[in-house]
Design a protein around this ligand. Structure first.
Ligand code: PHE
Length: 342
């Protein structure tokens, strides 16, 4: 009997199985009512009384071993099955379909504008939206009684002890850069600007600008015109013509406004260009010597040009957005229209 138990112990310890069915067969073979281990218990009656204690103990141990072994095999087979199942799942698949966003039209156009100027050697400069009077007005040669200094036109945050305001143009970044660097300086300043306007289809209290500044020895008006012609043709196509009309800005002298041939009718005249064939896109001029001196640059050695334009305006010309308010309403149907644009 003891030998039998010993052999069975070895046999059970060596058991293996590769499926739940096989495990079940083993359970029936060893542990069911007519199983090998159960039958040994029947033989227990025939064991001599003096061996009953030892044999009883061994028998119980054998039964525990068989039960534990079969449970262990069952778990093993189940775990293997799970990992095989897991391998069939594609973990890289998106759980639920999710729509991709698109870039805002103003970002698309701003990036395109910056790209064009960076091909001409301009780098990007940025500055704060909350500014002081010096950087937005005084350093740029604005007269003390200029209307832009009025609450009607500019958002003031405080007027005491100093004027703190929301910048009305990114020319303030040009001032900051001139104060910091020595020429040559060749920068474009993209950013948001604020003006105290009633909101309508044609005006908003904030919009976006890109202004440019180039200062070096011997920079001329011809250089300005050439740079702007290059920009206009890159942005609106190689057939585009430009026209400069005399104008006035406190910080440039001489100053001009630039029109491009209407990109809708090709210059023939249409409702969009009010039948003139031209649409205005920017202001520009030679930096006033007063501005250079205010920023610590010797105006006898250096000259420079500056220009500034609205990103919304350029975007409207490119995509004919009729209402300025659409740019800030975040209507995804409007934004999605630009998905395919780039
Ligand atoms: N700062 C001007 C504006 O906001 C644009 C401009 C920039 C004009 C540089 C001339 C030179 O309207």
């Amino acid at each position: 009997m003891l030998d039998k138990i010993k052999n069975l112990t070895a046999e059970i310890e060596a058991l293996t199985a590769s499926s739940t069915d096989e495990v079940e067969q083993l359970r029936i073979k060893y542990l069911s009512k007519k199983g090998i281990v159960s039958l040994l218990f029947n033989d227990f009656r025939t064991v001599p009384a003096e061996q009953k204690r030892e044999v009883g103990q061994k028998l119980n141990q054998l039964k525990t071993l068989a039960t534990e072994k079969i449970n262990a095999l069952r778990e093993q087979v189940a775990a293997a099955g799970e990992s095989a199942e897991a391998e069939k799942i594609d973990l890289t698949r998106t759980a639920t379909p999710c729509a991709e966003g698109s870039r805002h039209p103003l970002s698309l156009v701003r990036n395109e504008m910056i790209d064009i100027f960076s091909r001409m050697g301009f780098t990007i400069a940025e500055g704060p939206e909350v500014e002081d009077d010096w950087h937005v007005f005084s350093s740029l040669n604005f007269a003390a009684d200029h209307p832009a200094r009025d609450m009607q036109d500019t958002f003031f945050i405080s007027r005491n002890p100093v004027d703190v305001l929301l910048r009305t143009h990114t020319s303030s970044v040009q001032t900051r850069t001139m104060e910091r660097l020595t020429p040559p300086i060749r920068i474009v300043c993209p950013g948001r600007v604020y003006r105290n306007e009633a909101i309508s289809a044609r005006a908003h209290c904030f919009f976006h600008q890109i202004e440019g500044l180039y200062i070096d020895k011997d920079v001329s008006f011809a250089d300005l015109k050439q740079a702007l012609l290059y920009f206009a043709r890159q942005m609106f196509g190689p057939e585009t013509k430009i026209r400069l009309r005399p104008s006035y800005f406190p910080f440039t002298e001489p100053s001009a406004e630039m029109d491009i041939s209407c990109n809708l009718c090709g210059g023939k005249g249409c409702g969009f260009c009010k039948h003139t064939g031209w649409v205005e896109i920017l202001g520009c001029g030679m930096v006033d010597p007063n501005v250079l001196e205010a920023c610590g640059i010797d105006s006898k050695v250096y000259t420079g040009y500056a220009f500034g334009m609205g990103v919304e305006r350029i975007t409207n010309l490119k995509y004919q957005v009729k209402d300025l308010r659409m740019f800030s309403e975040n209507d995804v149907r409007f934004l999605a229209e630009f998905d395919a644009a780039h």
